[in-house]
Design a binder for this molecule. Structure first.
Ligand SMILES: [Co+2]
Length: 461
């Protein structure tokens, strides 16, 4: 993550080093790559017409809902026995709010993302791809597709049920997080549980000129969604450290239709241009051209849509939301190429303001700087806080709400000490100028030997 820039200091797009560009997600420093061999196992949507749905439902429910469901099921099962032969097979379905494990819904493999074969090896059979690719271990695709399916189910529930004028941002964040935790079955309340599967980073809910990195904090002022707001929803789901990072924007007022359309098309352009050997410079230029072909009329005044200059898409490594690579949304001289086996968050932000973000007051979240040893923590309150962080989050970025649901109290002094010693980095909200509107769309893509898989693609975006 780039250091804070003084207001008015402009990052030139073609600066030869890209240190001033902020990745859209916090990027704890990286020292490892999680990869070994690959498997192109094909996820197939289960048609799940198992007659023994009682067992399935109970297995698929979390403890809280399982008991209620058990009672209902017992009543029904009596009737069922006499009629089994004539009844159609019952499919296990997701509930509202989502509480059924996706592993129970997809017993024979998770859905594949949108798969775009590479042009130069489109005739390679799947078998050959599987044989040739040694970049990922066997669970890689399964974990990624599970995380993506959870993201789709939870965000579609959020779009339908949670995100409405009058709703508090806290209720939306908690609704999303409860959904994610229920669908992979890891509540994250026992030590280490949220390292098995959990939130990929704090749920971002950013209004209007706030572009990124805002989440409700405990004790913070209640924020109510208004019908005139432009809301960015950016959340991550990880399974075994494989993080899906995907975001969308919602506006209720049609005034902002063009802003949303610009950013959605810009992100899809980035996805189209991404691939093995694609250069960041070419992707950025293509994104900017599409984004800046749009304008928005707000209250009779026309604003050009600007591609935001100092925040970028990024590669994703295991348990690290940001690797070392950055994908700007503007013309740039970054000669980095994408490589097979890599995972990227392709995202873009458009703005009616300056197209340049500054740190706002407040804290979005915290992330462990794994290059700094715990030995640097001297204060006892800092030591015990760091133990909790290392055991529950590792290098996954977390927020105050995630700490407090673990029962951690009075952590401010300890946290300040960890930050002063460089052990923990903190992240501030990123804003464009007051009165401006920003939008974001984002997908996670996998570059595997069989093609480019837009793992988080859904019917919604
Ligand atoms: Co991202």
């Amino acid at each position: 993550m780039g250091s804070k820039k003084a207001e008015g200091h402009q990052q030139t797009p073609d600066a030869s080093n890209s240190d001033g560009l902020k990745p859209a997600n916090p990027d704890p420093k990286i020292s490892q790559r999680g990869s070994s061999s690959a498997d192109l196992d094909r996820g197939v949507v289960s048609d799940d017409d198992d007659d023994d749905d009682d067992a399935n439902v109970e297995a698929g429910m979390n403890a809280s809902t399982a008991n209620i469901e058990k009672k209902k099921k017992r009543k029904r099962s009596k009737k069922k026995k006499t009629k089994t032969a004539t009844l159609p097979a019952t499919e296990l379905k997701q509930t509202t709010p989502p509480r059924v494990l996706v592993s129970a819904l997809f017993t024979s493999g998770y859905p594949t993302g949108e798969l775009v074969p590479y042009e130069n090896n489109s005739r390679t059979t799947e078998e050959e791809s599987r044989y040739n690719s040694r970049l990922w271990d066997d669970d890689f695709l399964t974990d990624y597709r599970q995380a993506a399916e959870i993201h789709r189910q939870v965000r579609q529930y959020a779009q339908k049920e949670l995100i409405k004028p009058g709703a508090s941002l806290l209720s939306i964040a908690e609704g999303i997080e409860d959904g994610v935790r229920a669908l992979h079955g890891h509540q994250g309340l026992e030590v280490g549980d949220s390292l098995k599967a959990g939130m990929g980073f704090p749920t971002g809910l950013c209004l209007n000129n706030v572009a990124a990195h805002w989440t409700p904090n405990p004790g913070g002022k209640e924020v109510i969604l208004d019908k005139s707001d432009v809301l960015k929803v950016d959340f991550g789901v990880h399974v075994n450290g494989r993080i899906v990072d995907s975001a969308f924007t919602i506006a209720f007022d049609h005034t902002y239709d063009n802003l949303l359309a610009a950013v959605k098309e810009a992100t899809n352009t980035g996805i189209t241009h991404a691939g093995v050997d694609a250069r960041m410079s070419d992707i950025g230029a293509a994104i900017q051209e599409v984004m800046e072909s749009y304008e928005v009329e707000i209250s009779g005044k026309v604003f050009p849509v600007k591609a935001v200059r100092n925040i970028t898409g990024h590669d994703i490594l295991r348990y690290h939301i940001h690797g070392g690579k950055q994908i700007p949304f503007i013309k740039n001289n970054n000669r980095d190429k994408m490589e097979e086996g890599e995972v990227f968050a392709i995202e873009t932000f458009g703005s009616t303001g300056k197209g340049y973000l500054s740190d706002d007051v407040g804290v979005y979240g915290y992330g462990r700087n794994e290059n700094v040893s715990a030995a640097h923590a001297h204060l006892s309150s800092a030591k015990s806080l760091l133990k909790t962080i290392d055991e529950n989050f590792g290098t996954i970025v977390f927020c105050r709400r995630y700490l407090e649901r673990l029962g951690v109290k009075h952590y401010h002094l300890g946290m300040r000490n960890l930050m002063e010693n460089g052990i923990i980095d903190s992240y501030a909200p990123l804003v464009d100028v007051k009165g401006s509107y920003t939008a974001q769309f984002e997908h996670t893509i996998l570059l595997h030997s069989g093609g480019k898989e837009v793992i988080s693609r859904g019917d919604d975006y």
